[in-house]
Design a protein around this ligand. Sequence first.
Ligand code: SAM
Length: 333
Amino acid sequence: MGSNHIQLIDQYDRHLNYLRISVTDRCNLRCLYCIPPDGIAKLGHGDILTYEEILRLARIAVNLGVDKIRLTGGEPLVRKGIYEFIPRLTALPGLKEVSLTTNGIYLRDNLEKLRSAGIKRINVSLDTLHREKYEKITGYDGFQQVWDGIRLARKLKFQPIKINVVVIKGINDDEILDFARLTLHEPYHIRFIEYMPIGVANKENILRHVPDSLIKKQVSSLGTLVHISKNTLDGPAERFRFQGAPGEIGFISALSNHFCATCNRLRLTPTGNLRSCLLFDQEIDLKDPMRTGASDNELAQIFLNAAFTKPHSHYLASENSILPSGHMSAIGG
Ligand code: SAM
């Protein structure tokens, strides 16, 4: 297949150069807003893509112009063989960046391996700075482990270290300023993420949604926020820093100020489906065609179809919106 001749450009002229790969549906945490109390049926080993299959699809995507891949899950660091897989992925010619989103539980003990595998950018999900609350949210007493991982990542010069905070009314909205203050003396990038109505976050829970404007208002009470302009590998966050501060603050608002017009993403689920919008239940299967002998060109055509049918925007802001039925842990957040 020729390289970089055909590009993933959708009907609305968005260039899809960013693929998020969920390598597993399994997770070692049970975050109350992500996994239902009775759990989610686990996929069988045969149902999820092998590393060889993921590499093949990643190579095809890169040939179609994808230059940024993020590994997510479930929890990517719980999948066996992940540290051998990552260097094979980062070695794909044409790929500018491979990053990782993790809950950080296994970070501290594996940072060196991740660094030598070619990962420079990590996002750690951390919704509270308090040990007891961490256990309440995640079902596991792991705050110190995660925090040690973040500190060590800083020492080892991972850059940037993003901390993803999903803001949920009555749970952690009292910690917005504490997270924002972290950026005053340390180069952390705090990303405040609006709670999205997906999975456990059903219509009732969504009352816990805190709009971006309120988060921003609180943060602004600490000092003047200076806007930072984006580069082409940047995500959807609106970025700011306090004057002279080493860290950054970003706001990601999928609902109140959705970024669909500039969305450059495709998602590959653990079962080998391509999903063109996180909040819209439409997926195209790659696994079966691949396992029944499809050629690289045929698989590339499926990528192009997924790009072509990417919706203009999700419709969650509208009154009679249909909530997506999948779980974040199976789609990859
Ligand atoms: N296990 C990894 C982690 O914790 O970062 C990767 C997967 S996790 C599903 C990815 C991100 O999705 C996490 O930051 C998590 O907080 C976020 N998330 C899950 N459910 C969400 C929801 N309803 N709204 C907004 N973010 C959500």
